[in-house]
Ligand binder design. Structure first.
Ligand SMILES: NC(=O)c1ccc[n+]([C@@H]2O[C@H](COP(=O)([O-])OP(=O)(O)OC[C@H]3O[C@@H](n4cnc5c(N)ncnc54)[C@H](O)[C@@H]3O)[C@@H](O)[C@H]2O)c1
Length: 268
């Protein structure tokens, strides 16, 4: 690993107390980036930041953040700038899911998922971009990275609101790239497939409760067998290469793109 590949990049990563967000934060720091680890779960953030700060590489701070709260998003951006001097990379990773069969979807289910996954991404993009624009385009390029999903490009009948929210993430990658290009800000994203994280542990239980699978622990193996070309599900480590590519100089001539990291589930 090149420990200086992301040196000089000051990054804010939402939903980074655990799962893929934590893995990306630790990998960015190992490659020299400074990271603000932001999440609803501030204790988790502090643990991730402490792990980073106990090693060589970039430095970390923790921030308490609900991505649906614009004032908190502004405060997390400000804390990043205060600690490290600027904001160069924003990763909008926080996300939730709660499966329900199509006819059982409620307004509450729709609203909760759309609020965090779609509105939270919009607020993260806007508040990061505001700071990046203030820093001046001559100091770019700046990078906004949104976490989509295989469900940014198709929908399953038991997770329609989640699929809508991740289609919205793709729309914001496309539209945001066009809106921000003149400020030397690129907008790209990656779309994981089936990743073994706590989100999926909960999803697995919920899928049994709504009758989609017979027993717990079955969903990931069945999806791997039936829908993933490589016949295995993934782990947070599987996304970090693409996440760091999108933060690094290597992707400077890319914008408006969503890259799938799914073992060959979606081909478009
Ligand atoms: N696990 C998968 O199979 C999978 C597949 C495709 C996409 N994704 C997406 O990847 C991203 C990370 O997922 P993960 O599997 O690591 O999930 P995870 O549940 O392990 O971690 C998500 C983190 O987001 C935080 N969070 C939730 N709501 C928040 C809010 N309102 N404000 C701030 N933080 C909040 C949680 O506290 C948690 O720490 C999400 O956007 C998810 O939709 C996951």
């Amino acid at each position: 690993m090149d420990k200086t590949r992301l040196k000089g990049k000051n990054c804010l990563i939402t939903g980074a107390a655990r799962g893929m967000g934590a893995a990306v934060a630790e990998d960015y720091a190992a490659q020299g980036a400074n990271v603000c680890v932001a999440d609803l779960n501030v204790e988790g953030c502090e643990e991730v930041a402490a792990r980073i700060n106990s090693k060589d590489g970039g430095r970390a701070i923790a921030a308490n953040l609900n991505v649906t709260d614009r004032a908190q998003m502004r405060a997390a951006v400000a804390a990043t700038v205060e600690a490290f001097g600027s904001l160069n990379v924003m990763v909008n990773n926080a996300g939730i899911n709660k499966p329900l069969m199509f006819m059982d979807i409620t307004e509450e289910n729709w609203q909760q998922i759309m609020d965090v996954n779609a509105l939270g991404t919009l607020i993260g993009m806007q508040e990061a971009a505001r700071q990046m624009i203030d820093q001046g385009k001559e100091n770019g390029p700046y990078k906004i990275i949104n976490v989509g999903s295989i469900l940014s490009r198709q929908a399953f009948d038991d997770v329609v609101p989640y699929s809508c929210s991740k289609h919205a993430v793709l729309a914001m990658i496309n539209g945001g790239a066009k809106a921000l290009v003149d400020h030397n800000i690129t907008v790209n994203g990656y779309g994981p497939g089936v990743v073994r994280t706590e989100l999926w542990e909960q999803l697995d239980k919920d899928l049994v409760n709504i009758g989609k699978f017979d027993k717990q622990g079955e969903s990931m193996d069945k999806l791997a067998e039936n829908m993933i070309l490589m016949k295995r599900y993934s782990y947070p480590e599987d996304v970090i290469g693409t996440a760091s590519f999108l933060a690094a100089k290597d992707s400077d001539y890319m914008t408006g793109q969503l890259l799938m990291i799914d073992g060959g589930m979606i081909m478009q």
